[in-house]
Design a protein around this ligand. Sequence first.
Ligand SMILES: Cc1cc2nc3c(=O)[nH]c(=O)nc-3n(C[C@H](O)[C@H](O)[C@H](O)COP(=O)(O)O)c2cc1C
Length: 168
Amino acid sequence: MRTLVSYVSRTGNTRRVAEAIFDGITGDKDMKELGQVESLDGYDLTFVGFPIEERFSPAEPAATFLRRPEVAGRPIALFITHGASDDLPELQGWLDNCAAAASQLELVGVFHCQGELSEQMAQKMLLSEDERVVAWAKTRESGIGQPDAASLQRARRWALETLAGRRP
Ligand SMILES: Cc1cc2nc3c(=O)[nH]c(=O)nc-3n(C[C@H](O)[C@H](O)[C@H](O)COP(=O)(O)O)c2cc1C
């Protein structure tokens, strides 16, 4: 059983979750930034992590990667970070967008947690004409310090369970 943990991260939140997952899982494993992943050949399971970004969808290059013809049908588990608090009503729709972006893959699990929104980004988003962007930018305070130790622990546990579910 060989596992790849790959991720996209601009401000480090998703990378921290990737590292927690990588440290937590057992067996033969590699970790790479998604931009460095050329092929999934040889991997029985791939964890793909990314932040939610523009258009409430996976950040690039994840959105493009998930739609590459050569990854179709491969078993993938997604881990997602987002600036919104878990109780923001729009969040489920954004997570659905992420799952839809992975619809050609064999989706074996989804984990998500809040990741601190950079102050610079929040200032920019508060000026947006899209009221949904403004609404979640206002929840920034609840995300300061995220992902915290509890979120990282949850990610580790989820990854181990996901892996256990794939073992023959
Ligand atoms: C350009 C941009 C767009 C974003 N759009 C969203 C969004 O639509 N919904 C959301 O919850 N968070 C959004 N965020 C916040 C990030 O998803 C969140 O801070 C994430 O944890 C960042 O992960 P990273 O540190 O790995 O880059 C956005 C951040 C950026 C920079």
